[in-house]
Structures are given as C-alpha cells and as structure tokens.
Design a protein around this ligand. Structure first.
Ligand code: UTP
Ligand code: MG
Length: 487
C-alpha cells in the first residue's frame, strides 16, 4: 500500500487503455477491493472485451461500489475513469459513507500506451485509443475542480516499491538512563494450549531478540481476560515465566504489563522483581496498576476493594518497592508507608523502572509523582493522557527525559494485504470489518512501523505492542519493522 494514500478510501483510477491502471491496482490492493469493468464484462459477458456486456457490467459495478462504500471498505474502481458523471456519483457515495476519495491518474505517455496496446493479445483499435488519449488530456484538469481529497499523478514506470516512503525516524529523548530502553516492547497476552509452554516461550523470545524488540512484557492475570481469549486458555504466572525468559535471553528487558497491586503484597513483588533483575543482569521492569477484573479476584480468594482503596494501595506499593530496592537496610518512613528496615537481597542490578498502567486522573498523578512511567492506550484519548502525564511530571518537579511515557498498541498485523484481511475476517466476530480494521490499524508490519514512529511526536518513548493474533515465533519474525520502529 502506498504510504501516501488514505486507507480505507475510495480510489478511482483514471487513464487510457494501456496506461497501467490494472497493473497499478493489482500491485497494491486485494483482488476483492478492485472493482473492474473489464472483469465484470467477463462475469456477465463472454470476456473482458465483450463490449455487448458493458451496460450490465457497469450496472453491476455501480451496485458493488455502492455496497462496499456503505461498509466503508476500500474500493478501487478500475475503469477508464473518463465519465465525469460516474466519477461524481462515486465521489458522492464516498462522502456519504464518510470515506476519503482520491483520483489516481495514470500519467503514462501516449507513445507508451500505444506500444503496450499493440503488444496485447486483443489490442484496442488504434482510433479508439486515440480517442481515449485526447479525452484523457481533457479530463485531467477537470479532476482538480471536482472536489477529490487528492488527485495523485502516477508517473509511467513508478513501481509500488519506489513510492513507499521510508518510515520517519523518531526523535529520542536524550540522556534518559534507565533499564527500560526506549523502543518497542512485545507484550505477550495469549499462550498456546496445544504445545509445551517452555519451548514456545524460548522460540518467541529468541525471535523477539533477533528482530530487535527492546523487551518482552507479560500480562498479569489469573484467568485469561475475555478481551483476549477464553477463560480456560493458559495464563501462566508472569514472574515465574519471566524467570524462564531471563534464562533464555540476553538482551531483552523483561517485566509485567501490568501487575495489579491487589494480587501480591508489594514487598513480594519487590522481591520477585529484584530477583529477576539479578537473574537477568539488570533487565527487569515492573508494571503496576490498580486492577480491574473482579472475577479473577473472587476466583483466587483475593479482596477486590473499591477503586479509591485500590489506588491507595497503588501508592503504597510503589513506595514500598522503591524503598526495598534502595541501597542498604535503613528504616523507611515515607508519605504512605513506614518500614522498620529495608533488607532486600540479592540487590537489584541498577534501577528497576516502575511503569504505572491506567489513564484515570489519579492514576496519572500517582505515575507522575511516584512512578517512572505511565502506560495508556495508543489511541487518541491515550495520547491526550500522555500529554497530561508529561505535564504532571513537570509539575512534580521531575524531568520528562527521566520518565517513560508508554502506550499499549493492539495492532492487527498481516504479512501482506491479503493476509491482513484474512485475519480481520477471522478475528472481527460481530464487529463490521472496516470498523475492526480501523480500530486495530490492520496492515503490514511496515505500515504499523510508520504509524508507531509517529507516536514519538506525542512524547511517547516506549510502545508496548501486543499483536492481536500472535501465534508463535513465525509471527514474531514477521514483526521486524515494528520492533525497530522507534530506533
Ligand atoms: P494495464 O493492463 O495495467 O493497463 O497495462 P490498463 O490501464 O489497465 O489498460 P486497460 O484500460 O485495462 O486496457 C497494460 C499493459 O502494460 C503493461 C502490462 O503488463 C500490460 O500488459 N505494463 C503496465 C507494463 O509493462 N508496465 C507498467 O508499469 C504497467
Ligand atoms: Mg485494465
């Protein structure tokens, strides 16, 4: 997909025979997204060139275009594009559906069109092509007046590769020295039931290290959450699992996203994280949050107090962990916590960053005052919270360079456009395909990488990425551009 065209969108091709319209479309879009008058002639007639079938072919084309646009599905109309009233009708349908509409003009020199036409099995008669060429010259200026969101001129021999814009490099916060490196961390939230967990984890972690992820984060739940899978799907305890990952990796940062403070006394989490830090040579981080899912608490015999109480516990948890990780064994008397001694050996290697998950007003204040980072969703509302968080960090007298503004991104990643839409179909359940695709930015790893790199402009320093249907190491190997998107 050309990086500079909107998607989903209505794309209307404009160009004479042999200008390369079909070739251009087929190189970028799925077959089902291209509505071609030639192809429909062969559906209702004897073949692509059966002009007797034109009326019915165009009637079908109009019906297909209308149905797809109503569903907000990308629709590429492959006709000569020379009929102004049809063009304006398609444009109006796109507007009605709220889809951007672009005209793509194949600006191929007349001589090249003639040459290609002559080389075809069934050339268009020379006089017909001449008529198309002069009509095309007249059409081009009209397009600028018609109200398209963009009129894109494609040069004759531009390949799809040449037009892919390189991902912009993210500006990195300078001098932030911490064990949570800026970058993209792979969050694992679903685990296989049919294969052995340890070799699966080793392969996934090995692949993540190979393609350049900054780390791996594990979800911390006692029962698989309904947003991700079924209650009986495997949900391993994360600190034990991170220990296994520490043994099979050498570079990845390792931590949770996020551990509810309702699960473990904070001193126990501090102990687990300090041990992980030791075992991994200083690669541990801790995600903490107030917890939200009552069911898993009830099932495991844990208290689930009201939100305000849980947020009090969040404050105490961060203070307790930081106190236990600090040098020596001295007593600690803080704002919310007092400890008679802080004896925690083995000592963590370096600092253990604490990322606070959640976007509530008080959660952000706690993150800014006591934590080393925040974690919010990567959508527009989340990015607004990143801005609020960074302001709160400043207001707390801290430097934004010293904290981690992190977001959680749930991309649908396909190997190519066809595979992407196969996955959309497999995962969307009752959500409309276009809505689901938009929500998860359905696209290839390269397309996601461009998008994620753009998050740096909002002050995001780390992206936790949790691909929707990540099944194993093969899928991780295909995430290379995402893994290095913030470098
Ligand atoms: P297309 O079949 O893509 O042209 O290319 P078109 O605009 O859709 O033509 P009509 O309107 O359906 O008749 C025409 C020929 O030119 C070659 C294609 O392989 C095809 O044989 N072509 C196209 C190239 O050699 N290079 C290109 O960049 C594009
Ligand atoms: Mg064609």
């Amino acid at each position: 997909m050309s990086a500079d065209l909107p998607d989903p969108a209505l794309v209307v091709l404009v160009g004479p025979s042999g200008s390369g319209k079909s070739t251009w479309a087929q190189g970028r879009y799925r077959a089902a997204e291209i509505v071609s008058s030639d192809a429909l002639r062969s559906v209702v007639g004897s073949g692509e060139h059966d002009l007797d079938a034109s009326v019915e072919a165009f009637a079908l084309l109009e019906q297909i275009v209308a149905a797809r646009l109503r569903r907000r599905l990308t629709t590429v109309i492959d006709t000569l594009g020379s009929d102004a009233s049809r063009r304006l009708g398609w444009l109006a349908s796109a507007r009605e559906a709220g889809l951007p509409a672009v005209a793509v003009v194949l600006d191929t020199p007349a001589a090249v069109c003639r040459e290609r036409n002559a080389a075809r099995d069934r050339p268009v008669p020379a006089s017909v092509l001449a008529g198309q060429l002069s009509a095309h010259a007249a059409t081009r200026p009209q397009l600028d007046e018609e109200g398209w969101d963009a009129v894109v001129d494609m040069a004759a021999d531009v390949t799809s590769e040449a037009r892919v814009v390189a991902a912009p490099r993210a500006a990195r916060a300078p001098g932030a020295e911490s064990t949570l490196r800026d970058g993209v961390v792979l969050q694992l939230s679903r685990f296989p039931a049919e294969v052995d967990l340890l070799p699966w984890l080793r392969e996934v972690a090995g692949a993540a290290e190979e393609v350049g992820f900054a780390g791996i984060a594990l979800m911390d739940h006692l029962i698989q959450i309904p947003q991700v899978g079924r209650a009986w799907d495997p949900m391993p305890e994360p600190w034990v699992t991170l220990g296994a990952l520490a043994a099979s990796t050498t570079r990845l940062q390792l931590g949770t996203l996020v551990s509810p403070v309702t699960f473990r006394s904070p001193g126990i989490t501090a102990k687990a994280a300090a041990t992980l830090s030791t075992l991994s040579g200083g690669r541990a981080f801790v995600g903490v949050g107030a917890g939200w899912w009552e069911r898993e608490h009830a099932a495991y015999g844990l208290e689930f107090p009201p939100a305000a109480t849980r947020l009090d516990a969040l404050e105490r948890a961060i203070e307790t962990m930081k106190a236990l990780w600090s040098p020596g064994t001295k007593p600690y008397a803080g704002q919310h916590v007092s400890l008679p001694e802080t004896t925690c050996y083995p000592r963590p290697v370096g600092e253990i960053p604490v990322v606070v998950g959640g976007g509530g007003a008080r959660t952000l204040r706690i993150a800014a005052r006591l934590g080393d980072g925040c974690n919010v969703p990567s959508d527009d509302a989340g990015l607004e919270k990143v801005a609020i968080y960074l302001e709160l960090v400043g207001a707390a007298g801290r430097r934004v360079e010293d904290v981690h503004a992190t977001v959680l991104d749930l991309p649908l990643v396909g190997r190519d456009r066809d595979d992407t839409w196969r996955r959309v179909e497999a995962l969307r359940r009752r959500t409309a395909a276009a809505t689901f695709a938009a929500r998860h930015h359905a696209g290839t790893a390269r397309e996601h990488a461009e998008r994620l790199a753009g998050l740096a402009r909002h002050g995001v320093s780390t992206v936790f990425v949790s691909p929707l249907d990540l099944a194993g190491a093969d899928d991780v190997h295909a995430l290379g551009p995402i893994a290095t998107a913030l470098r």
